[in-house]
Design a protein around this ligand. Structure first.
Ligand code: PEP
Ligand code: MG
Length: 313
C-alpha cells in the first residue's frame, strides 16, 4: 500500500513508479514566498507581480521593484529551486492604476498582460531590469514569463528581451492560439506554463468571474483538456518543461490526468501541495496515461471526474 497520509507527505513529488513531477507554489509577495518555502515545493511556478502593486498610483522604479522581487526570490536561492516570475498581468480582472487602460469596451479581450508592453514598452523594460537585478542579487535560478500571449511573434520579442538580461524566457498558455501552436512557441521560448483559469475562460467563451457560468468555466471541460494535451505533447517533443499554474493544478484527481498528458510541473497555493503530492504517489505512469485518456474522451466534466475516480479505485 503506497498511500501516504496527506500530512505526512514530504516530497519531492513522483508517481509510485518514479516519474518525477515538479510541484511549485503560487505566490503574491515576499511574505507569501516565505510561507511557500516551508511547504514541500521545489520553488515558485507563478509569482503574480501585479499583486504587489494593486494599491500603487505610480509605476515603481526599477530599483524599487528589485527590492520587492528580491524578497520573493531570496527564500528559494538554494536547494536547486527556481522561481518563475510573471511580468505584469494588468488589466481585466486585475486593474493596476499605472498600467491599465481606461474605458475599454471589453477588458478581458483588450489591452491586458503582455499587450500592455506594445502600448508602453518602458513598463516592461523597467520591470525586466528590476527582475534581473533581483536575480543577480539573490543568486536564485530565475525564469521569467509573460501573460496573455497570443502570437509567436510576441513570444519571440519577449524572449529576446529576457535572454538579453541573462534570464530564462517562457510564456503562459492562456489564449487558445498559443495552445494550438505550442510547438512553434517552443521554438522561441524555453518553457510554457498553462494558465487554466484564463485558458478555460477563452476557449469556452465564458467570463471566469461569472458564477452563473461555473459549469462552463470548469477545467475538466474536454475542450480545455484537449488544448492542455496539445501543449504538453509539444513540450514532450521539444524536451522543454510545460507546467500548469491555474487552479486546475490544485485538484488531485485532475493532477493525475495532467501528468498523464505529459505536464512536467504543477504550481498551486501552498496549502494544496501535500494533497496533490500524496495523490500522485499512489498512481503509476500508466494509470496517469489512462486517466488522461478517460478525461479527454469524457462527454462532460462530471463524467470525466467519475471516470478518473473509478480508475484510481
Ligand atoms: C490563469 O489564468 O490560470 C493564471 C494562472 O493566471 P491568473 O489566474 O493570475 O490570471
Ligand atoms: Mg491568467
Amino acid at each position: 500500500e503506497r498511500r501516504v497520509a496527506v500530512e505526512a507527505w514530504t516530497g519531492p513529488a513522483a508517481t509510485a513508479d518514479g516519474t518525477r513531477v515538479t510541484l511549485l507554489a503560487n505566490v503574491a509577495d515576499g511574505e507569501s514566498a516565505r510561507v511557500a518555502a516551508d511547504a514541500p515545493v521545489e520553488g515558485v511556478g507563478l509569482f503574480r507581480t501585479e499583486l504587489c502593486f494593486l494599491d500603487r498610483r505610480d509605476e515603481p522604479t526599477a530599483d524599487e521593484q528589485a527590492d520587492i522581487y528580491s524578497r520573493v526570490l531570496e527564500p528559494f536561492a538554494a536547494g536547486g529551486h527556481h522561481v518563475v516570475v510573471r511580468t505584469l498581468d494588468a488589466g481585466s480582472d486585475k486593474p493596476i492604476a499605472f498600467a491599465t487602460l481606461e474605458d475599454e469596451e471589453n477588458p478581458a479581450l483588450g489591452v491586458r498582460g503582455l499587450r500592455l508592453a506594445r502600448h508602453n514598452p518602458q513598463l516592461l523594460e523597467h520591470q525586466l531590469d528590476g527582475i534581473a537585478t533581483a536575480a543577480r542579487r539573490t543568486g536564485t535560478d530565475t525564469w521569467v514569463m509573460a501573460p496573455m500571449v497570443a502570437t509567436v511573434g510576441e513570444a519571440a520579442d519577449f524572449a529576446e528581451r529576457v535572454r538579453g538580461r541573462g534570464l530564462k524566457p517562457g510564456v503562459m498558455v492562456e489564449v487558445p492560439s498559443a495552445a494550438l501552436l505550442a510547438s512553434r512557441f517552443l521554438e522561441v521560448v524555453d518553457f510554457l506554463s498553462i494558465g487554466t483559469n484564463d485558458l478555460t475562460q477563452y476557449v469556452m467563451a465564458a467570463d471566469r468571474l461569472a458564477t452563473d457560468l461555473a459549469h462552463l468555466t470548469d477545467p475538466w471541460q474536454p475542450a480545455v483538456l484537449h488544448l492542455i494535451a496539445i501543449t504538453a505533447e509539444a513540450g514532450r517533443h521539444a524536451r522543454k518543461p510545460v507546467g500548469v499554474c491555474g487552479e486546475a493544478a490544485a485538484d488531485p484527481l485532475l493532477a493525475v490526468a495532467l501528468v498523464g498528458m505529459g505536464v512536467t510541473s504543477l504550481s498551486m497555493a501552498p496549502a494544496a501541495v501535500r494533497a496533490v503530492g500524496a495523490q500522485l504517489a499512489t498512481v503509476t505512469a500508466t494509470t496517469c496515461a489512462e486517466a488522461a485518456e478517460a478525461a479527454l474522451s469524457a462527454a462532460d466534466p462530471q463524467a470525466g471526474r467519475e471516470a478518473v475516480r473509478a480508475l484510481l479505485g
